[in-house]
Design a protein around this ligand. Structure first.
Ligand SMILES: *Cc1c(COP(=O)(O)O)cnc(C)c1O
Length: 409
């Protein structure tokens, strides 16, 4: 009996991609083996994080790096580091950030569901520009003595100030720029591109395309800010007399160690750190063209298998020139002809055995999508057969007449 069976939990087919709500991604056997090995010995965690920092620096070209419990935790820690620096009296006070630089400027075009991570450590967002446009003077005027950082979330569909422009303006005012690049891989080149643009801290997710542990991510960037991240995140059950960084106290750089910081509730274990590092090393050495060809083959299979059904048009969307790194299959339904809506199809698939999850992002316009990143071999055949069965047997269910919400992303 599998571990999931013994818990009464069904395993599913995931055609949504590395979505946290569906278990993220699957790790390669080499990563799992490294994690199992890491679990068999004790290490000093600050020493392990320093080794991680050196490897992340080598791969990203940044000064330093730090493994976190996901990219959202990375953004929270990055914000905290920009507010407090390495000052233990400030580190101890968070999330009460009164009396310190505690504003994070963000373009309205960059507001998104993960910016809660920025606010969670006590920062206040200051929005500039319009939802689809920012001028440089908007950003310029919003940076004050209260500004801890400028946050940048790359959104290709909404024109906003380029990262280079944001970095230039922020740095002119001595303010760091933190970037949420969780979704920016692939392509692998982005691991180096974001630090190269001058971003001070860049967050990546370990549990998406890199195929590391689901609860892992990392920061790369300026060494002094990474040191502040460590002070927020490390377990501080220490005395100044024996602490790893006691030389900083002797040198007058710190008044003493902080207590457990706000990042202590985002702790990352030795197994995740090692798993992330092995996955990251494997990711940069992977044959990305071959991986992409495998994705396209699975999508073509789904397209061809559904080709004969009236009222369905499947397109493989593959536009690398537009910056779209992962191709997908768009399954467009003629809902009135088929007597089933995209949402009803999604629910029928989720209720089947095994449950199948397709992307619901285009469902508002009567389509569903297949993301190939998380398909195991054979999943494409299962998906095509089940979708065909449901569409061919669709009975006149009530089609809601409610006006469709317009949504573009
Ligand atoms: C997935 C994602 C995150 C969160 O990443 P985790 O590693 O799951 O914490 C943050 N920001 C964006 C844009 C994401 O897509």
């Amino acid at each position: 009996m599998s571990v999931y069976e013994s818990l009464g939990v069904m395993t599913i087919v995931n055609a949504v991609g590395p979505a946290t709500r569906l278990g993220g991604t699957l790790m390669e056997p080499e990563v799992l083996a490294a994690m199992a090995e890491a679990a068999g010995a004790f290490v000093k965690m600050d020493e392990l994080q320093e080794a991680a920092g050196r490897l992340i620096a080598r791969i990203t070209g940044a000064e330093s790096g730090y493994v976190t419990a996901g990219a959202a935790a990375a953004m929270a820690l990055a914000t905290a580091a920009c507010m407090t620096g390495t000052d233990p009296t400030k580190i101890n006070r968070l999330p009460d950030s009164r009396g310190m630089r505690n504003q994070v400027v963000i373009q309205r075009a960059h507001r998104y569901d993960y910016d809660h991570a920025i606010r969670s450590v006590g920062a206040t967002l200051v929005e500039v520009g319009f939802p689809d446009l920012t001028f440089a003077y908007d950003l310029e005027a919003a940076i004050t003595d209260e500004t801890a950082a400028v946050a940048y979330y790359p959104v290709r569909s909404r024109p906003a100030l380029s990262l280079r422009t944001v970095v230039n303006i922020a740095h002119r005012h001595g303010v760091p720029v933190i970037v949420d690049a969780a979704l920016e891989i692939p392509p692998a080149e982005n691991l180096r591109w974001y630090p190269e643009q001058g971003a001070d801290l860049v967050a990546f997710s370990g549990g998406k395309a890199i195929r590391g542990p689901q609860a892992s991510g990392f920061l790369c960037g300026r060494a002094d800010l990474i040191r502040a991240v460590a002070l927020h995140n490390l377990d501080m059950d220490v005395r100044p007399e024996t602490w790893t960084y006691r030389a900083m106290i002797d040198a007058g750089e710190l008044v003493g160690p902080p207590y457990h910081g706000i990042g202590r509730s985002m702790k990352v274990g030795k197994e995740e750190i090692v798993g992330l590092l092995v996955a990251l090393r494997r990711y940069v050495e992977r044959d990305h063209d071959a991986e992409r060809a495998g994705w396209l083959a699975k999508l073509a299979f789904v397209r061809d298998a559904l080709a004969g059904i009236d009222g369905v048009a499947v397109t493989v969307v593959d536009e690398p020139a537009t910056g779209m790194a992962v191709p997908y299959a768009l399954v467009q339904l003629d809902e009135r002809m088929l007597l089933i809506t995209a949402y009803q199809l999604l629910n029928r698939l989720q209720d089947s055995d095994p449950p199948i999850y397709l992307s619901e992002e285009p469902a508002w316009r009567g389509a569903v999508a297949v993301n190939p990143m998380t398909l195991r071999d054979g999943d494409e055949a299962l998906i095509a057969r089940r979708v065909a069965d449901i569409l061919r047997s669709a009975r006149p269910e009530r089609i809601p007449d409610a006006p469709r919400r317009h949504r573009e992303r």
